[in-house]
Write a protein that binds this ligand. Structure first.
Ligand code: TYM
Length: 337
């Protein structure tokens, strides 16, 4: 298929297994976009350093994320799949962009405030400048579309701000102003199983449904998901817990099944136990092919090494060209005799 001229960039942090939030919020879009657009997908291993992982864990996590990316259907022949740390050009662009990023606005970022609250003993500058590194990831390939979940919206807004500031300062239109993207028109937020807002890697294992979850553990987790006392009146509004379960059902179950349980909710005949059993079976059926692919690919170390090397070459070619132009625009020039 002929590709458009549009460039797409997105990444996932190697801080845990890939869960349904990552899949439906981002990776499912990566797989579609690789067919038609010029795509760069990467493992954000620089970003994961904010929590100081030990070197052995880091390497294992990066490998596991790569395997899971591939198992989701990212094709290294169609998209450029690489490791963020294989592109030192990103770090250089990050340095430049930090000159256009202001302390006040970085301190207001919601994810920064959340992280600072969660890890008060490690509020490092990397955490503060997380959005500038993310902007560097995107702008290093001059991307215009960034498939991400709703939680990344603010970071994308900042990327656009930095691109605009750079362009204005140097009177150029070198950087595009990239936008967050999802195939449906809305950005997605997949909720967790614990009744809290979002499915996340760091919210504890029982909150997230991972693509490599064993069926038994998966069923158990879903059966334990929070519910409420049940609707007392017909057509009553849903509590957050129940709305979350329905959101998960909407991505995992057939539309007629969702309809059936919604009708049962509305006429107060719903049995949450049955609903969770149904959801568990649909989740097991959905994740099974991913789990198999993950297992297969994990054993193929040679292939993984080949993918990494191939991605690095392709990504660096694009990154080098951007940095060469950026240096020129900023005014770093070679001295000639
Ligand atoms: P990360 O690793 O937290 O998540 C990877 C992708 O999954 C999406 N996501 C969700 N979508 C919907 N519902 C959820 N519950 C959910 N949880 C996670 C995220 O929105 C994301 O798209 N900062 C990024 C990584 C990154 C990046 C970039 C992304 C670094 N540089 C440049 C795009 C472009 C992050 O922490 O994602």
């Amino acid at each position: 298929m002929k590709k458009t001229n549009e460039t797409v960039v997105s990444g996932v942090r190697p801080t845990g297994n890939i869960h349904l939030g990552n899949y439906f919020g981002a990776i499912r879009n990566f797989v579609k976009m690789q067919e038609e657009q010029n795509c760069f997908f990467f493992i954000a291993d620089y970003h994961s350093l904010t929590t100081h992982p030990n070197p052995k864990d880091l390497h294992g996590n990066v490998r596991r994320s790569l395997v899971e990316f591939l198992a989701c259907g990212i094709d290294p022949e169609k998209a450029t799949l690489y490791l963020q740390s294989d592109l030192p050009e990103t770090a250089e662009l990050y340095l430049f962009l930090n000159m256009y990023a202001y302390l006040g606005e970085l301190q207001k970022v919601v994810t920064f405030k959340e992280k600072a609250r969660k890890q008060p003993n490690n509020v490092n500058a990397g955490l503060l400048t997380y959005p500038t590194l993310m902007a560097a990831d995107i702008l290093i390939h001059r991307a215009s579309k960034v498939p991400v979940g709703k939680d990344q919206e603010q970071h994308l807004e900042m990327t656009r701000t930095y691109a605009r500031r750079f362009n204005n300062l140097y009177n150029t239109d070198f950087f595009p102003e990239p936008t967050a993207y999802n195939f449906g028109d809305q950005l997605i937020k997949i909720p967790g199983l614990d009744g809290s807002g979002k499915m996340g890697k760091s919210e504890g294992g029982n909150n997230a449904i991972f693509l490599n979850d064993e069926p038994k553990a998966l069923r158990k987790k879903i059966m334990r998901a929070k519910t409420d006392a049940g609707p007392q009146e017909k057509n009553s509004p849903m509590s957050v817990e129940i709305a979350n379960l329905f959101s998960l059902m909407e991505v995992l179950s057939k539309p007629e099944i969702v309809r059936q349980y919604k009708d049962a909710y509305n006429d107060c005949t719903i049995r949450y136990g049955d609903m969770k059993k149904q959801l568990a079976e649909d989740a097991v059926a959905f994740t099974a092919p991913f789990r198999e692919r993950i297992e297969e690919l994990s054993a193929d170390r040679k292939y993984i090494a080949k993918v990494v090397n191939m991605g690095k070459e392709k990504a660096r070619e694009s990154a080098r060209e951007t940095i060469r132009r950026v240096r020129e625009i900023i005014g770093f020039k070679a001295f000639t005799g």
